[in-house]
Design a protein around this ligand. Structure first.
Ligand SMILES: [Zn+2]
Length: 325
């Protein structure tokens, strides 16, 4: 079965990778991660654009733009110029990264949420260009909840306390961040928006269904396995119904990665491919079979989605939401 992984970070360039992707009938949509790193263009955008140009059957990419320069009157213009160039170079969308509402502040110290006026001309440009906005806003709800056995993200936040938002009243809540994202979706009805990581609504299929009903211009990607475990915690029939009721709104994505260092040695390439294969196999088993799977320390029964829905999930929805893919 042909599939598109609509959310991945694959910088590795090597013909072995291309051959394997071909054998797997897989195409990868590379998305820029954080833009806090001023080298994101060099390190991410350049290889992504090159892969999409040289191997268009196997790779496509989504660009991004620099963080706001408050007090820089040409900030929006420059960001738009960069996007225009990247769209011309084949980028199928633009990604906005979670720093909005999770750390970024204006010169007066106020939180900058994603519906901030400084981003408005940039978002409007994406809309006018007929490109798609991939929004990674907020994090799983577990980021704002107590740690412990019920919170599958505990291990991560124990290791990264700076990213953990529970007990930090000075930071925006999960609900405030989701509301800021919703406002952008609502304000731009002609803009196609894909919410990364199940739109950070991984904890409740009904919340997702509500967004899909309210916003015909909103879809989500499934990246990655942890979010499948979040779906697996919910009533299985309810989750299945989400896929059935909105067969054209959910795109498969794995959020896996392969780096230039991985590409540099036979061992690195082997490990990267093995990692991606294993991640995909676990996700495919969840969506395709009714087997009981061990995911993130939980026993979860697969959804056994019908073929027509799988075809949407793996292929057609990515093409619909990212024209040109
Ligand atoms: Zn990602």
């Amino acid at each position: 079965m042909s599939r598109i992984d609509a959310h991945i970070h694959f910088e590795g360039e090597h013909e072995e990778f291309v051959r394997q992707l071909e054998a797997w009938e897989l195409k990868l949509l590379n998305t820029i991660g954080g833009v806090e790193d001023p080298g994101w263009r060099e390190r991410r955008a350049v290889p992504y654009a090159r892969l999409a140009r040289t191997q268009p059957q196997r790779f496509a990419w989504i660009t991004s733009f620099d963080l706001p320069g408050f007090g820089d009157p040409e900030y929006a213009e420059r960001a738009i110029e960069g996007l225009r160039r990247d769209f011309e170079a084949g980028a199928v969308g633009c990604k906005i990264w979670k720093t909005y509402g999770m750390g970024l502040r204006d010169p007066e110290g106020r939180h900058v949420l994603v519906d901030h006026p400084i981003l408005e001309p940039i978002v409007s440009f994406v809309e006018r260009s007929g490109k798609t906005l991939l929004m990674h806003i907020a994090e799983p709800q577990g980021c704002w909840q107590p740690l412990g056995p019920d919170n599958q993200y505990s291990g991560f936040y124990e290791k990264h306390p700076d990213k953990y938002m529970h007990g930090r009243p000075e930071m925006p809540s999960h609900a405030e961040l989701i509301a800021s994202r919703d406002r952008v979706v609502e304000r731009h009805p002609k803009l196609r928006v894909v919410g990364a990581h199940l739109g950070s609504l991984e904890y409740d299929a009904t919340e997702l269904a509500r967004r899909f009903e309210r916003y015909p211009n909103f879809a989500v990607d499934t990246s990655g396995l942890a979010r499948a475990a979040d779906l697996g915690k919910q009533d299985r029939a309810r989750v299945r119904r989400l896929f059935e009721d909105f067969p054209d709104r959910i795109l498969f994505g794995s959020d896996q990665h392969a780096t230039a260092e991985d590409a540099a040695s036979p061992e690195g390439r082997r490990t990267a491919l093995e990692r991606i294969r294993a991640g995909h196999a676990a996700a495919f088993a969840y969506y395709e079979t009714d087997r009981v799977l061990e995911l993130r320390g939980r026993s979860i029964q697969g959804l056994a989605l019908p073929d027509a829905i799988l075809k949407g999930l793996y292929l057609e929805n990515a093409r619909r939401w990212y024209p040109g893919l």
